[in-house]
Design a protein around this ligand. Structure first.
Ligand SMILES: Cc1cc2nc3c(=O)[nH]c(=O)nc-3n(C[C@H](O)[C@H](O)[C@H](O)COP(=O)(O)OP(=O)(O)OC[C@H]3O[C@@H](n4cnc5c(N)ncnc54)[C@H](O)[C@@H]3O)c2cc1C
Length: 508
């Protein structure tokens, strides 16, 4: 039924292409949401003027991404409202921020959540609270409509992202072998979401090996198999298979039950969840409040942002953990937290580009592109005729080191990235330059934690994930899980809130 609805689009766009002018449009745009400068103030340990005001709260949350907002949601749901959340950006949400123009809302980064399994209890509780899960049934409007994914390879399209065209017998055997292996790993119950509920030392050795090394051990040398495995690591971890822990690579394929439905998605991606969380806890959120210092005191913790010292009994640190040594006094150096740099862009399209006759899908990927393709923000609309849309373009800078790529993000101007994006797209959509009116680019130097070799079982990381009994600061960012997904961010946030509540109630 849903497929039929979308069929109108193919015909509509082809007709429009026939009428198009061949001159390129002027393309506006800029870098948006940059926070390099603020981040570098912390990195360079710039001194800030002394605080002029003091405010007191039992609990203060630092960072308003999904982890911080989920901590706030849990506090509030437990009837505890005497807290404040400090977010350095002008908009809360972190990697689940969104934008909006006259055409549609669109995501800036995270754009979907797979249908959560039974172990993701907190996520299911949240989605029940948000009204999209009722009596075990999902609201149809948030389940991704068909057709969902297409891959461009050998000059043509296929449905789905796992290469299925032009496979040799060897390719087929290797895909099958991996599928069987991943099913066996899944059956062990060790590869769960949240990670912490399954992982034991049983497969720890896999964390000391790269995913590409493990694939080699399995005899997987097929080019297409390796492309697909690398695509998966770039997509979820911003890293190549050679820079990813084999444990994490296997987790990608073995942690979820094969689901007929889903994923859950919205025009603004996970920004929809941020919006709903803000409806519940928004009055506790203070934006443009960069925390620059945290100091444990005799009876609590002082958090400094702007011209204010927030005196609290407990802090929930939901900003990325790598910032802790820059913010928290006497904090040890961290070695095992590696982050992947990313770039996203939102392209405003005045008409739907030529897709060589193919029907539009939610997610579009090109074989052998260094980018991850794009997602169509209008995909979930119920309208049958679409003339304008917004594409969110994804690019994990995975080749080379994270440090080199962070430098590249700083060095290259907007025109460079605009051209790189258009060149990638025009291999498939030849008229793209006549369709785009605007390209806004967001650069993220430390976009997401990378499950590098050794990081899943890193003692350093596990230390923060399990709060000390006497702790005043509870860590909550998704990076504590070694992989950056919505479910882990939400789990970490809820867990930290529960730890803080336990301590607060114990203290009063
Ligand atoms: C491009 C991209 C696409 C993604 N797509 C998906 C997806 O489709 N599905 C999915 O499940 N996951 C996706 N993710 C993963 C995403 O990171 C997680 O789902 C989740 O949103 C992470 O939330 P978080 O709260 O742990 O961290 P963050 O989102 O990083 O939040 C941290 C917050 O702390 C704030 N902060 C930092 N320093 C300070 C300071 N000093 N003072 C105050 N505030 C501070 C930041 O501004 C930010 O708001 C994607 C990530 C990226 C980068």
């Amino acid at each position: 039924m849903k497929v039929g609805r979308r069929k109108f689009l193919g015909a509509g766009s082809a007709a429009l292409v026939g009428l198009s002018l061949k001159t390129d449009r002027p393309i506006a745009g800029s870098f948006v949401n940059d926070n390099f400068q603020m981040g570098h103030l912390l990195r360079d340990r710039t001194s800030f003027p002394p605080a002029k005001h003091v405010e007191k709260f039992p609990a203060v949350i630092v960072g308003g991404g999904i982890a911080g907002l989920s901590a706030a949601w849990r506090l509030r749901k437990r009837g505890f409202t005497d807290f404040v959340l400090l977010e350095m950006n002008g908009q809360a949400g972190g990697n689940a921020r969104w934008g909006e123009n006259e055409i549609t809302a669109y995501p800036w980064a995270a754009h979907y959540v797979p249908v959560p399994g039974v172990k993701a209890e907190f996520v299911r509780e949240l989605f029940e609270d948000l009204g999209i899960l009722k009596n075990g049934q999902w609201d149809e409007r948030v389940l991704c409509f068909a057709p969902q994914e297409r891959l461009f390879l050998y000059g043509r399209w296929q449905e789905g992202l796992e290469p299925a065209i032009g496979l040799t017998q060897k390719d087929r055997e290797q895909f099958q072998k991996l599928e069987d292996l991943f099913a066996k790993f899944r059956a062990t119950g060790e590869f769960t979401i949240p990670l912490e509920l399954g992982r034991s030392a049983k497969f720890q050795d896999l964390d000391h090996l790269s995913f590409s090394g493990w694939l080699q051990q399995q005899g997987c040398d097929s080019r297409l198999v390796n492309w697909y495995m690398n695509y998966a690591c770039r997509d979820d971890y911003g890293a190549l298979a050679k820079d990813t822990s084999a444990w994490a690579g296997i987790h990608y394929f073995s942690s979820r039950e094969i689901e007929e439905k889903g994923p859950l998605t919205w025009p603004e991606g996970n920004g929809w969840i941020t919006r709903r969380l803000l409806e519940r806890v928004g009055e506790k959120v203070r934006t443009n409040q960069m925390v620059y210092r945290i100091a444990e005191t005799q009876h609590g913790v002082s958090i400094f942002a702007g011209d204010t010292e927030f005196q609290a009994e407990f802090a929930i640190f939901a900003a990325p953990t790598f910032l802790a040594p820059y913010l928290i006094e006497n904090f040890p150096r961290l070695d095992d937290f590696v982050y992947s740099p990313w770039l996203t862009a939102n392209l405003t399209l005045e008409r739907i580009p030529d897709s060589r006759g193919a029907e539009p899908t939610w997610d579009t990927v090109f074989l052998d592109s260094p980018t991850l393709g794009y997602v169509d923000a209008m995909h979930q609309t119920l309208r049958t005729h679409i003339e304008r849309t917004v594409w969110t373009f994804y690019w994990a800078l995975a080749e080379g080191t994270p440090a080199q790529n962070r430098q590249l993000l700083l060095d290259k101007d907007w025109t460079y990235w605009k051209e790189a994006i258009l060149r990638d797209l025009e291999r498939v959509h030849s008229d793209i330059r006549q369709c785009v009116s605007r390209i806004d680019v967001m650069r993220m130097g430390h976009a997401m934690i990378r499950p590098a070799v050794g990081s899943v079982f890193s003692q350093e990381r596990l230390r923060f994930a399990q709060p000390r009994r006497e702790a005043r600061i509870f860590f909550a960012n998704s990076d504590l899980s070694a992989i950056s997904i919505f479910e882990e961010a939400q789990y970490r946030g809820v867990l930290a809130a529960q730890s803080a509540l336990d301590r607060l109630h114990g203290h009063r």
